[in-house]
Ligand binder design. Structure first.
Ligand code: HEM
Ligand code: HEM
Length: 247
């Protein structure tokens, strides 16, 4: 069983890293032929950085669009962030003090993560307009994340797993020196679903993580009068044309 999980996580890690890198390269090459920042938009590159940070940290556009979705969505994402920071303790030998101090907050984050996900699921099930455009995968992602959170909560509060052994296992994975893994049911489910998440991420809607930073409506400077906007590939074509038919 330990060998199966070690192999599964090695594959999942490779799929995640290679898949995500390929997608990011692809995104960076997609032409953006038009100047289309959603206005009011920043007038400088620094302003764009602030805008993107506000989107990534506060979900600013979602806040303007729908308060309930923002509330549950933001609650889920921020809690997930804290939970993931907390999980670093499984991958770092000597855990630094800030991470140790975060452990107590982490206990609550598991619950707010679950509540956020439940709110998003209820929205998909009961808001007719949202239900109409929901695909099976939209529900499945929410359910997958809820089961990961629930099995985590069970391990932390109900039936404890041997976290020292889990840490040995994770560190063993990083050092390519496979170690035994406890085989209690919640941990098996937790880790299996985490591996599924890692493998599917580069092929799914979870690509919104890098995607946000490549959205032309958000990452462009509002300067169409000061500078002529011309996509790199269009500039090449232009130069080519001028070569063939000199004026
Ligand atoms: C930079 C990091 C991230 C940002 C800025 C971000 C932002 C967002 C935003 C703005 C939404 C839209 C909500 C809506 O309009 O309906 C969303 C949805 C979602 N995100 Fe993220 N996200 C990030 C990372 C993640 C990660 C790491 C996961 C999971 C592992 C995740 C899972 C989801 C899911 C499942 C939804 C769909 C929720 C629904 O049913 O509407 N996100 N995200
Ligand atoms: C290889 C990766 C992972 C390992 C080895 C792992 C392992 C564990 C273990 C052993 C616990 C119980 C902690 C305790 O008893 O103190 C736990 C809790 C938890 N896990 Fe994970 N997990 C992983 C990834 C994830 C991911 C990706 C998520 C979220 C999408 C997640 C969400 C949670 C939550 C919400 C809890 C309960 C609260 C907490 O202890 O922080 N885990 N995990």
């Amino acid at each position: 069983m330990s060998a199966f999980y070690a192999l599964l996580f090695t594959v999942a890690f490779l799929v995640l890293v290679i898949g995500l890198t390929k997608k990011i390269i692809q995104y960076s090459r997609v032409p953006a032929p038009l100047k289309i920042p959603v206005t009011p938009a920043p007038l400088s590159k620094g302003g764009v950085a602030v805008r993107l940070a506000k989107e990534a940290i506060l979900f600013a556009a979602l806040f303007r669009s729908n308060k309930w979705t923002w509330l549950f969505g933001w609650m889920f994402h921020m809690s997930l962030f804290i939970v993931l920071l907390n999980h670093l303790r499984f991958f770092i030998k000597d855990v630094p003090l800030p991470l140790v101090l975060l452990q107590n907050v982490g206990e609550y984050a598991a619950f707010t993560m679950f509540i956020g996900l439940a709110g998003l699921l209820i929205r998909r099930l009961f808001v007719a307009r949202v239900k109409y455009i929901s695909a099976p995968s939209d529900y499945l992602w929410l359910i997958l994340l809820m089961v990961i959170a629930l099995t985590g909560i069970v391990m932390r509060f109900v039936s404890h797993t041997d976290i020292v052994a889990v840490k040995e296992f994770s560190l063993g994975l990083l050092r390519l020196n496979w170690q035994a893994l406890p085989t209690d049911f919640p941990l098996m489910v937790h880790l299996f679903l985490v591996a599924v998440l890692m493998i599917l991420l580069p092929f799914s809607k979870l690509l919104h993580i890098p995607g946000l930073f490549f959205a032309p409506t958000r990452n462009q400077v509002d300067n169409p009068r000061e500078e002529r906007h011309i996509a790199p590939w269009a500039a090449e074509l232009d130069a080519e044309k001028n070569k063939v038919q000199p004026k």
